[in-house]
Design a protein. Structure first.
Length: 421
């Protein structure tokens, strides 16, 4: 059994909880009373570059389903399958052996000639907190052990495409936390809803006349909104059932806008230029209260938007002591290079940081160069693979105040998307 941690590691773990309380949760009290806080780390490199906002990435990032399973339906409506990975050192300024990683798989179930598509996904989230020590009554370590937190998710989503595009989804989640000889596990579910309105597409359908700007160039303007309720489930019980920790249930709501110019050339379709904007808010839905008369602890859960005000927090972007606001921007050029920026503000502005990131699509660059040089892809295996495969590399960075534990935190990743009917 774990007796206690070394002084150094105890300090690191306390600071780790404090960082999450200040930087990720929507209430210091609520977050500090929850377990499995690693579930609140943003896994997507693309989203991390945009201030941890996800709505504008639904079509391009299979990892977006980790924070809203409805986004999986948007992704699989465009791609047959996909893979994404991300990772980086966590709290590198404090300790040198914490590492975070996430892997996602997405697949579209084939439904021919239907406005409905179904997506399935698998995700693995992992936080390695490194080597820690068991001690007795002296500072000398008795032995060492590895602390690891992990979660396995299975996603399912349904997407309906008509005048309005709607996705609903669910994540089934298994959470496990290992402390050497002591571990705890829990099950949870996430629910998600997302909606987009392709305005120019709707106008074109109504007028039966496609909107064009010159030959083969079409504009698009797509506002959207999203909501998810995450980590609805049991508690993590390590030793004493009466002191079990609830997992961090949160509400996640957002609005976003995508716009740009799309070009069709030589059987290739790409965005000549694109711009995406998103604003999102997070609220913790679990609190713990203590009755001094009876000594009992009461855990309370909320539902819906709870403290999130759509006007104040989403439209105006104002945060408060209970709700965190996030906003992000992305500019894309030729569907090849993407520049991302974001801004993250916690309760009452006590913690702020900016984010930045980039992405580069390798295979689309090759296709465009071949297209404009007059070369065509052959019908051999290499040509078919190059025609139907997107490989994009990404990087994001947090830019906080000097000395902040998350300052200069860098995540890298890769996304592989497979086209096909």
């Amino acid at each position: 059994m774990i007796q206690c941690l070394s002084i150094r590691r105890s300090q690191i773990l306390i600071l780790w909880i404090a960082v999450l309380c200040l930087c990720i949760g929507s209430s210091v009290y609520a977050v500090s009373e929850a377990g499995a806080l690693f579930l609140l780390i943003s896994p997507s490199v693309q989203a991390a570059g945009m201030g941890q906002t996800y709505g504008a990435l639904a079509y391009t990032d299979p990892m977006a389903a980790v924070f809203n399973p409805a986004f999986l339906g948007f992704y699989t409506s465009q791609y047959k399958a996909g893979f994404a990975s991300s990772g980086g050192d966590w709290l590198e300024a404090l300790v040198d052996d914490m590492h975070y990683s996430c892997y996602s798989l997405a697949y579209r179930l084939p439904l021919k000639n239907s406005p409905v598509s179904i997506g399935l996904g698998l995700h693995h989230v992992f936080l390695d907190l490194g080597e820690q020590f068991n001690t007795a009554n002296s500072p000398d370590p008795l032995d060492t052990f590895e602390r690891k937190d992990k979660a396995y998710l299975v996603s399912a989503s349904v997407f309906w495409d008509s005048y309005v595009q709607v996705g609903v989804g669910m994540n089934f989640k298994y959470i496990k936390s290992d402390y050497g000889e002591v571990d705890a596990s829990a099950y949870a579910v996430d629910f998600g809803l997302a909606l987009e309105m392709p305005l120019f597409k709707i106008i074109s359908k109504g007028s039966k006349n496609p909107m064009r700007i010159g030959s083969g160039v079409s504009p698009y303007l797509v506002p959207g909104l999203s909501y998810s309720a995450e980590n609805i489930g049991g508690k993590l019980e390590y030793i004493d059932p009466d002191q079990a920790d609830p997992i961090p249930r949160i509400a996640y709501a957002g609005i976003h806008l995508r716009t740009g110019l799309q070009v069709e050339s030589n059987n290739n379709r790409f965005d000549l230029i694109s711009f995406s904007w998103a604003r999102e808010a997070t609220d913790m839905l679990v609190t713990r209260s203590y009755d001094s008369n009876t000594g009992d602890t009461q855990i309370d859960y909320q539902w819906g938007l709870d403290d999130i005000d759509p006007f104040e927090h989403l439209l105006m972007g104002k945060g408060d002591e209970k709700v965190i606001t996030k906003k992000g921007w992305m500019v894309g050029i030729w569907d090849v290079y993407f520049a991302r920026w974001g801004h993250y503000v916690d309760m009452e502005g006590k913690v702020r940081y900016k984010t930045s990131g980039w992405g580069f699509n390798i295979t689309k660059t090759i296709r465009l160069l071949m297209s404009y040089s007059g070369h065509t892809l052959g019908d051999d295996a290499f040509g078919k693979i190059l025609q139907n495969l997107d490989i994009e590399i990404q990087q994001s960075e947090i830019n906080a105040e000097p000395g902040h534990p998350l300052d200069e935190t860098v995540f890298t990743g890769v996304t592989i998307r497979l086209h096909g009917n």
